[in-house]
Design a protein around this ligand. Structure first.
Ligand code: PMP
Length: 431
């Protein structure tokens, strides 16, 4: 496969854009480097690069593109809005309509606010939780990603009883001292953290179904226990549903799992591919937000008509009958085919799948936390990723990411993907 034009543009990009990319994971560091593919066009399940190569896409732009690329309903909504103006700086009816749809789909959202990214949504839930509780510390779970604000770029200390350490240059030690990180699916560690910091903790922040060290589901009773213990300590529970909302069902992971947080952060899918974030939760908590309350949050682009229109169109598509069943069925086919292919090649492999999202881990261990995901074989993943790419299958360039199916994928795409995987697993075995 010729990718010379991508090479050219990557070189050019590096002369004007730091690292040649506008988000670090795009630079293929997670697969040992190489030239990222420069994409030109998306249509349904396919992406086309600048050299004219076609790929079956499972990145789905890290989650938002659940309808497939350039879905006609979303495209039309964006075009219509563009011809009526895309930004007014005033309230619009679209915001009301969208807020009504979100609060209906996810009942724990008694009130919402729109922002422009998942990062902003999470950042603001933390501010509001602090305003509501008058406390400062946050507990989060190792390997969960919550955007790039200072507070959530803090890694675990050496145990649940120690405070965090900055995970990025530029994050102060003082900020890191406000965050405690504990392993996911580990209630004992969470309890220990609460025993030290419970009465100073404003909120516990968690991806209810993890998407950021691969797809990892909470074990039975884990989220229920988190809720119970956090509330007993007087802390709020915030679900980061930036990946999970509308991914597994029409609604949040919280609706699928029947657990209820105090606040929720949203993003990705709800924007239909345009920039968006939203947060919401219990009325009495949300009343902390300006102009009603003392916690400030604002945005020139917040609730912009273009993102609202795209988001409304996306939800309309997702309300169609059978959408989530189809994603689940294709996910199951893909999972079976990948298993078989790995087995035939003799490559140890574990798949975590929930409906139309899955992660292939190069290990025979069960993956339930970040430690486990870290121990999986990154070299094997890199070989697999590159072989798949060469065979026209576009995956996320990191062993920690998910494959996302879209409603544009068909059985024929899955069959082609499995054929490519048979070859890629053999290459891994021969490595
Ligand atoms: N939370 C989660 C769970 C995410 O996966 C992400 C992005 N991958 C974010 C927050 C940040 O969202 P954004 O990139 O839109 O700022």
């Amino acid at each position: 496969m010729n990718r010379q034009t991508s090479d050219f543009y990557y070189e050019e990009a590096q002369s004007v854009i730091v690292g040649g990319v506008n988000s670090p994971s795009r630079a293929y560091k997670g697969v040992g480097g190489g030239t990222p593919v420069f994409m030109e066009k998306g249509a349904g399940a396919y992406l086309y690069d600048v050299d004219g190569n076609r790929y079956i896409d499972y990145l789905a732009a890290y989650g938002p593109i659940i309808t497939g690329h350039a879905h006609p309903t979303i495209t039309k909504a964006i075009q219509q809005q563009a011809s009526n103006g895309i930004l007014f700086g005033t309230p619009t009816r679209l915001e009301n309509e969208f807020a009504k749809q979100l609060t209906t789909a996810i009942p724990s959202l008694e009130k919402v606010r729109f922002v422009n990214s998942g990062t902003e949504a999470v950042m603001t839930t933390i501010r509001v939780a602090r305003a509501y509780t008058g406390r400062e510390k946050i507990i989060k779970f190792a390997g969960c990603y919550h955007g790039h604000t200072d507070l959530v770029l803090v890694a675990a200390g050496s145990g649940p009883s120690t405070l965090g350490t900055p995970d990025s240059a530029g994050v102060t030690k003082a900020t890191a001292a406000e965050v405690i990180t504990v392993p996911f699916n580990n209630i004992a560690a969470f309890e220990e953290a609460l025993s030290h910091w419970g009465n100073e903790t404003a909120a516990v922040l968690v991806e209810p179904i993890v998407g950021n060290f691969g797809i990892v589901e909470p074990e039975p009773q884990f989220l229920e226990k988190v809720n119970e213990l956090a509330h007993a300590a007087g802390a709020l529970v915030i679900y980061d549903e930036v990946i999970t909302a509308f991914r597994f069902m029409y609604g949040g992971a919280q609706d699928l799992l029947q657990v209820k947080p105090d606040m929720t952060a949203l993003g990705k899918i709800i924007g239909g591919g345009l920039p968006i974030g939203a947060y919401g939760g219990r009325m009495d908590i949300m009343e902390q937000v300006a102009p009603l309350g003392p916690a400030y949050q604002a945005g020139t682009m917040a609730g912009n008509p273009a993102s609202m229109s795209a988001g409304l169109a996306c939800l309309q598509v997702l309300r169609e009958n059978g959408v989530y069943e189809q994603l689940d069925q294709l996910g199951a086919l893909l999972e079976q085919g990948l298993h078989q292919a790995a087995k035939e090649a003799g490559v140890p492999m574990t798949i975590n799948r929930l409906k139309g999202a899955l992660t292939v881990f190069f290990t025979d261990e069960k993956i339930r936390d970040y430690e486990g995901a870290s121990r999986t074989n990154g070299d094997q993943f890199s070989v697999f990723f590159k072989e798949m790419l060469t065979r026209g299958i576009h995956l996320a360039p990191s062993k920690y990411e998910a494959w996302f199916l879209t409603i544009a994928h068909t059985k024929a795409h899955i069959d082609k993907t499995i054929t490519a995987a048979q070859h890629a697993f053999r290459c891994v075995a021969e490595q």
